[in-house]
Design a protein around this ligand. Structure first.
Ligand code: NAI
Ligand code: MG
Length: 482
């Protein structure tokens, strides 16, 4: 399968239904498994953003006036087109991001599912009728924001693209995506497919390039009314400030340092299998919802580590095209960050009990690594590492487990493994997190609302809840009687 697909060696912005040649220079996107460039990509600037926004505005009227069912049909066709092209898209995603092919395929299918799910909602977005007195008729309508910007990260390029674009389009918005500079290719591919199956040109545009040069002018553009951002807390905070200047709607999905609490009454095999998936064998731990803090009862700690080591040992590491369990990190910068944290961990905790070394090969590979008996105050226990590095902390009773889980600036997701239903739901009730997994990590779907408490974000993606991020409510109040 590896060499089955030709990948273009040039990618431009996608504006008005066409790939535009770069006029402000180009950059190379790299295959992180080999460190070899894949393609030359347009490096967007403020002029490109102005062109894209002007084109989006021109497309807005037709798209908003289209009957909702017709918008739904087009969005549904996009889902089918993505699905029909899933192997090629997955291959491109693997080359660009490093992730194993089977995982890239899962992401492509998830992207298609977002378009499919929201397509069905297009003609079911109702307002309310509000009873007051007989003299008035009051009702609300949900209207689109207008031009929406979607700043997409490199960990789930095609998945997160679909997560924001699909609900934005079905609610009558037009969208401009700015994929991450590390992984720009599939966004352009999806926009092309969308226009091929009938999306009017300009309804979905793509600007490729770097954050400060291409992302920032898009965020600060006066005609961009909604901003959806997924990425680091630092950039998210800056974007929120910029959005507040023009009072644009902002939706942020930021990082996590998620608590994975394992009680002694849990099915330990299950808990361990899930722990491995939560931090190692799903996108090499580069997941905002990774189970990066295992909070394990002291009575099962030794057995937990022993079995975890056995499972981790079985993981295969290699280039994404060989479909291993663990691929390379997505970029040189992420490799530097993760290896720096492994050094910090050695200094502030102790040597890792599992892994910790860097495979001697080309590419941004890091071994799955576990630190144990980590002080909850340590940097490796508090800061998002975003790689295959697990921190294990022990606890002695339920109250302490909850306190450790909540001792975080983040609050994205949390998980609990126990056979006691009451204990599971007490944890779910009391933990500060936007989503809680019981007895399975990553138990959620595209239908289930998702977003962060505390520093992990603002607003909600996925499910019907996401529609609120892309609509504003108008209330109409009519006096009909004296
Ligand atoms: P980042 O937040 O800087 O980049 C994410 C996206 O924002 C990219 O498309 C980038 O081009 C864009 N961007 C950057 N600066 C911008 C600006 N001033 N205006 C508009 N757009 C801008 O994150 P980065 O540097 O790629 O990764 C750093 C860390 O962030 C990771 O190690 C990880 O901890 C976290 N992260 C979290 C993600 C999540 O899923 N919540 C995804 C990616 C990164
Ligand atoms: Mg790349």
């Amino acid at each position: 399968m590896a060499d089955q697909f030709e990948v273009s060696d040039t990618y431009g912005h996608f504006i008005d239904g066409e790939m535009q040649p770069a006029d402000g220079g180009t950059f190379e996107t790299i295959d992180p498994a080999t460190e070899v460039p894949i393609a030359e990509v347009a490096a967007g600037n403020a002029n490109d953003v102005d062109d894209a926004v002007a084109d989006s505005i021109a497309a807005l009227d037709e798209w908003q006036k289209m009957p909702p069912a017709e918008r739904g049909r087009i969005v549904s066709a996009i889902a089918e087109a993505i699905q029909a092209d899933e192997d090629r898209l997955a291959y491109i995603e693997t080359l660009d991001s490093g992730k194993p092919l089977s995982q890239a395929l899962t992401d492509v299918r998830r992207c298609a599912r977002y378009f499919e799910y929201y397509a069905g909602v297009a003609d079911k977005i109702h307002g309310d009728s509000i009873p007051r007195t007989r003299e008035y008729v009051d009702y609300t309508v949900r209207e689109p924001l207008g031009v929406t910007a979607h700043i997409v990260p490199w960990n789930f390029p095609i998945g997160i693209l679909g997560r924001g674009i699909a609900p934005a389009l079905v609610t009558g918005n037009v969208a401009i995506a700015k994929p991450a500079e590390q992984t720009p290719l599939t966004a352009v591919e999806v926009a092309k497919l969308a226009v091929d199956v009938g999306l009017p040109p300009g309804v979905l545009n793509v600007i490729t390039g770097f954050g400060p040069d291409a992302g920032e002018p898009l965020v600060t553009h006066p005609d961009v009314e909604g901003i959806t951002f997924t990425g680091s807390v630092e950039t998210g905070r800056q974007i929120a400030k910029q959005a507040s200047e023009k009072l644009a709607h902002v939706h942020l999905e930021l990082g996590g340092k998620n608590a994975n609490v394992i009680f002694p009454d849990a099915d330990l095999d299950d808990a361990i299998e899930n722990t491995v998936r939560s931090i190692f064998s799903r996108n090499t731990g580069q997941v905002c919802t990774s189970g990066s803090r295992a909070i394990v009862h002291q009575s099962i700690h030794d057995e937990f580590i022993e079995q975890l080591a056995r499972h981790t040992d079985e993981l295969t590491i290699g280039p994404g095209v060989e479909n291993p369990d663990v691929g390379p990190l997505a970029s040189a910068a992420q490799f530097e960050k993760v290896t720096k944290y492994i050094d910090i961990g050695r200094a502030e905790a102790s040597d890792p009990v599992i892994g910790g070394s860097i495979p001697d090969r080309k590419g941004y590979f890091v071994e799955p690594t576990v630190f144990t008996d980590v002080n909850p105050e340590a940097r490796i226990a508090r800061e998002e590492i975003f790689g295959p590095v697990l921190v294990v902390i022990t606890f002695s009773d339920e109250r302490e487990a909850l306190a450790i889980a909540n001792e975080s600036d983040y609050g994205l997701v949390a998980g609990v493994f126990t056979s006691d239903i009451g204990k599971a739901h007490r944890f779910a009730r009391d933990v500060d997190a936007g989503q809680v997994y019981i007895n399975e990590w990553f138990a959620s779907g595209i239908e289930t609302p998702f977003g962060g408490y505390k520093q992990s974000g603002l607003g909600r993606a996925k499910g019907l809840e996401a529609l609120r991020e892309y609509t504003q409510v108008k209330t109409i109040c009519a006096r009909i009687d004296d």
